[in-house]
Design a binder for this molecule. Structure first.
Ligand code: A3P
Length: 280
């Protein structure tokens, strides 16, 4: 199946045709952000879940016990129109502070996000690893069930044909506003997660002790998150979102930096990296 199925380019960005028909862009424009809102934004497969869980832990630090509620209910995706929100709470009905995930590019976020003083964090990742992770994700989810080759997928990624593409413009949109947006990378989360936890806490105005930073560090390790049903998306099996065939993979797949070397030749990898740096 094509990766382009049901996709539509809206103001330069690929989004779901059904979302456009259901009036999602109008819903984005009209959204009224609050100063206490926290948005985690990203291009898909860049470490969104990782940063979301970290932010959730920083914000809800008073709760010593972890919750069982899946992250996507506690920290819902903004981008869907209301008619498709059956599985999620309406964001307008959430209590403060509202934690909200989005894959929308900077230019499609509601104006009120920027005028309200809401906090926005953005996570980005080496495009070669994003591409590999996205390929596996599109194979795993029933709303895509991608069965083409990796090479075809990589070409489509580079042409900006995947949902929320193009990649380079997505990253650039947020990085150009790095003063206003807290930008972290997947690679930084690997190299210095305690440092990232402290930066996030400071940005969100939450006090952070070394002890708490250590607790959050442990809770957000790949091993811990992979076995935690509240963050590992295993509920997608029950809800019919993930493909029932086990061999197509899990959401918490490898969690590594540099898995691209198993999919690209060095030359192809270098070329994609160079391409990604031309704009950003
Ligand atoms: P891989 O497919 O390379 O394993 P997103 O949340 O934006 O969809 O990104 C998913 C990617 O982040 C997956 O990458 C997933 O394994 C990885 N990931 C999620 N939690 C992680 C963690 N705690 N440590 C490292 N990687 C993590």
């Amino acid at each position: 199946k094509s990766v382009r199925l049901r996709h539509y380019r809206y103001k330069g960005t690929v989004i779901n045709t059904w979302h456009v028909m259901a009036g999602a862009p109008e819903h984005w424009r009209r959204f009224s952000a609050r100063p206490t809102d926290v948005f985690v934004a990203s291009f898909p497969k860049s470490g969104t879940t990782w940063l979301q869980e970290l932010v959730w832990q920083v914000v809800h630090q008073e709760q010593s016990k972890q919750t069982d509620e899946p992250l996507e209910y506690r920290f819902p995706l903004f981008d869907m129109p209301s008619v498709e929100r059956m599985r999620f709470k309406e964001i307008s009905e959430m209590s403060d502070p509202r934690l909200i995930k989005t894959h929308l590019p900077y230019h499609l976020l509601p104006e009120s996000v920027w005028t309200s003083g809401a906090k926005v964090l953005y996570v980005s990742r080496d495009p070669r690893d994003v591409c590999v992770s996205y390929y596996h994700f599109c194979r795993m989810v029933n709303f895509n069930s991608y069965r083409g080759t990796f090479a075809e997928f990589r070409d489509a990624f580079q042409k900006g044909e995947m949902m929320y593409g193009p990649y380079r413009e997505h990253v650039k949109g947020y990085r150009d506003h790095a003063g206003q947006v807290l930008c972290v990378t997947y690679e930084e989360l690997h190299q210095d997660r305690v440092g990232c936890i402290k930066r996030v806490a400071e940005f969100l105005g939450r006090p952070m002790t070394d002890e708490l930073a250590q607790t959050i560090f442990q809770r957000t390790s790949f091993a811990e998150m992979k076995k935690n049903p509240a963050v590992n998306y295993t509920h997608w099996q029950k809800e019919g979102v993930a493909h029932p065939e086990k061999e197509v993979g899990a959401f918490m797949r490898k969690g590594k930096v540099g898995d691209w070397t198993n999919y690209f030749t060095q030359e192809e990898g270098d070329a994609l990296l160079k391409w990604s740096q031309q704009l950003v």
